[in-house]
Design a protein around this ligand. Sequence first.
Ligand code: GLA
Length: 728
Amino acid sequence: MIKYIKKSRQFIIENDDICYSFYLTKEGVLQHLYFGKNTKELNIEAISNLDQDWSRTYFDTSLNRESVYEDYYYAGRSMMEIPSHGFAEKRGSQFIIEHHDGTTLTDFRYVSHHIYKGKPQLQGLPSFIDDKEVETLVITLKDAHYDVSLVTSYTIYKAHNAIIRNNTILCNEPHIKVKRAYAFSLDLPKNNYQLMHFPGDWINERNEVIEPLNHGLKRLYSNLGRSSHEQNPVAILIDENANQDHGECYGFSHVYSGNFAIDINVDKLNMTRVSMGINDEQFSWLLNEGDSFVVPEGIMIFSNKGIEGITQTFHNIIRENLINPQYVNKVRPVILNSWEGCYMDFDTQKIIDYIDAIDDMNIELFVLDDGWFGKRDNDTRSLGDWVVNEKKIDLAKVIAHTHKKGLKFGLWFEPEMINYDSDLFREHPEYALGYSSKERALSRHQFVLDTVNKEALDNVYNQITKILDKYTIDYVKWDHNRNVYDAYSHYLPANRQGETYHRLVLGSYELMDRLTKRYPNILFESCASGGGRYDLGMLYYMPQVWTSDEMDPMERLYIQYSTSRIYPLSTMGAHIGKHKTADYSVKAKLSAIGVYGLELDPRTLSEDEKKTINGVTKLYKEIRKPLINNGTLYHLSSPYASNFMALMSVSEDQEEAIVQITSIKKETIKYRFLKLKGLLKDALYENTYDKKVLSGQHYMDIGLNLSRGRNVLETDLIHLKVVKKSKE
Ligand code: GLA
């Protein structure tokens, strides 16, 4: 899959579908050639031919004269693999390093390379997982002017249309400051892309936005200490001739949960440069001689099957090579979470009543959310005091009752936070992150725990393990309820404060790593005020995520739709709430395309409402493994672009499918034929909507006949199953 052609000094990284290539100039510069469909027809001379008249010279100080670069290298004009910084090149650099003498010239040149079967796993950082059919090219480079090296690598899986990038900077100077460390930089010799990205807010996560890219720099970013509600760390470039199912698209992300930047620069050469990594705002990292810095991993995806091709690669690689392997084929339990039902207002009897009230509802996991510890009756206190509030709740009794009923038991934690009104803060005010000024930033009455400080980290780790060792807990909801504005660590010296944001993430990862490894049988779900930390980094530690705190189905359907553009349904928490915008039939059907559950006071449900929910739960359990966990997702109709949402998932063997449709507006009778995708052309499928038996070809070419009037938010789940494998 990876080869080096000595004669042309060309690297080719390919699988059946994609090809990524660059070559080595005589000066040792890595010059980018191509990333796209694998045509097997790549001709270097034909594609690296910029206007030859442009000056390609430099002043050679050793010879005291002007010299000419050979090959095709034009500093500042060529397609660069690892763009230098400050050496006649200012189009946006992957690395910026301040050297011991104060310069920021960064210009890496080739030293050696090797190719191996396998994939690097990073120390202290999440990364895509090794596989049997994966190869990596590792290139060592050294700065042309300074004693700094870079080990950069490219990984390709046989099964995924993605290139995974890793980088480590090694310092052999007395000291340097890394000012920018991106996972990758990709030069595309075109400027006619549309950008799809996912900005948002709390209870309004991941809006799907498509906008044209014009000349200039567009930066998507978070500077809030987590990947954020404000901008999900993903960008998709859509070629002018591409659409949902056809044409060329590129997808980008990285395996990281902190501040990020995606820089998209359309420049004077009509070229588009996309680079991504740790946001360089408030970032600098001091390395002394012999130290190294590991850059979080990046992923670049290519699709010639439109946006859906990007989605499917994200889904497959996340499911197969990112999440904890034990969950690849394991379905997630149906949840009842206490939060929206009673918030922190509960006692032992109320919780037991909740559990009794779901006796006949096929729930598999009960989760006691916030409010069980310290003196936590409201959100002003006790984060950091992870001891059971025995006056409020008899946890052992509740757990025993839950287990007796055949349910699993889960508990809520927010390990990376500390309230000023907590014993932990009273004893250790230095454990809270933040400037020691007269006014300190609070959000939800809390500070961020300084996970840079090993002692603070151990303290919380020890408290949590005491609980998890003592009680039989099957699930942990791991929350993170505020942004980090005040990234000042009392633990770090002044000249290392630029490291705080990244070290904070490393500390959190360490905590997650230790706890998830110590409790391999606990299912962890990530949450951050809803979906404020939905990213590839978190998914490495926790296979599911609470998508949003928004419980209004009318709003939530948008969030779920756009979330599923990137993240698999099996990761996407989708609960039925008490919100009155729609009835339980609609809410349950909307939740069934995700990690299904309830989040309400079950005692308030009427028998009829339970019956309605139970009907959907039954169907959900039937489709959960083949279609929610392992299915291929198709986005048939976007609520962002029309008044009708339709999603479809098809099983691996293509013999079964589920279609979810929702009308956003009330409609009188309208013709509507919904063309399905991914079915077997010749097989006959019966659908549960009009009970018709039709061929896959019919469903795909003519469509499912949905022509009738619809109410606002009317939702259907249509199940298709093969009744006969061929038309004959
Ligand atoms: C966050 C989460 C909610 C709930 C509360 C508890 O807002 O998103 O689901 O857990 O915290 O305080």
